[in-house]
Design a protein around this ligand. Sequence first.
Ligand code: PMP
Length: 406
Amino acid sequence: MAFNIEKIRAQFPILTEQVYGKPLVYLDNAATTQKPQVVIDKIAEVYCHYNANVHRGVHHLSNVATTAMEDARKVVANFIGAPSVENIIFTRGATESLNLVAYTVGERFITENDEIIVSEMEHHSNLVPWQIVAQRKGAKVVKWAFNDAGELDLNQLEKLITPHTKIVAVTHVSNTLGTVNPVEQIAQIAHRNNVMVLIDGSQSIPHIKIDVQKMDCDFFVFSGHKIYGPTGIGALYGKTQLLEQLPPYQGGGEMIESVSFDKTTYNVLPYKFEAGTPNYVGIIVLAEALQFVQSIGIEQIATYEQELLNYATQRILSIDSVKPIGTAANKASVLSFVVNGAHPYDVGMILDKMGIAVRTGTHCTEPVMQHYGIPGTVRASFAFYNTKQEIDMLHDALVRAVKMFS
Ligand code: PMP
């Protein structure tokens, strides 16, 4: 499919909605993305034609559903460059993937006085699970601070790593600052020191071509709803040799090989980590979303979105009294800012009344707010269905908002 913005927008039914009688300008894509018609239709297709519980049925429908789910696993593996389907574990989303890694890595590898390096720009879901592990194991979470532009310094990482360091947990793209972190170099430094690396891909997966083998991360997580797929489904990629060493996260059906009161053995990868009936509808529909993105081309998407971000940065920051939060040299699709003399929440409320959906607050990154000493930001985040006209509308609405506050 060629990159034709009108054709692309036409595939997202919600984009023609009105709010308060005004056209919807949806700039909250870092929180969740809108869904194309093919994704919406796929949900109905599964329920209308082959809904049946997977993996344990001899009957036709169960086999069709199982094949569709396992085909979807191939699509996910291929999308992120994983070597095999055994590396792909389906979860409820990035948060569950992160908790799974933190818990199981904690059980297997972390002992008293060990250190876990977590960047200062992490979403709470890539900080709190590590704090819980640290508390359980008597280990320590070490902060990898960013500079005022919102960039992480690799030399600083070298200094933070000690013989006690077990893992570095860092986001690929910051959901608040937009920073794209140098994940390949981070993995190189960590591995040179025998330290594992987890990359939170929640904000990179819709914007950047992902190749987990090139990145050489040990774990990579993402959520389906951030990449035009349904809610309640996400994935975890892990290296085989590590996943094999980790204990199960939850017990139940599917994750076992055999069960008795005397001895239970566990299933092979990836099923060892997929207890219970999986969200097979979500999994099948997620694959549809990824194929939709592939049909447009992630490189084309990235180029277009970069253009949008540059345009938005230049337009929005031309307004006096608007100050950017996050000015890294390498950014993707997120523009956070504060308005002098106005609480972000109030700015967001005014923009909302003009039909513009942005997010305000701490974006689940309170340490980022503490770094800058601010209560929150206004965040506009872009998807490839957004347009320069929409950015102009944001600009004009913001000019009006600023006038109200001055
Ligand atoms: N990490 C980052 C960087 C995020 O932006 C988000 C969602 N805002 C998450 C993790 C958590 O994702 P989810 O809520 O889908 O589990």
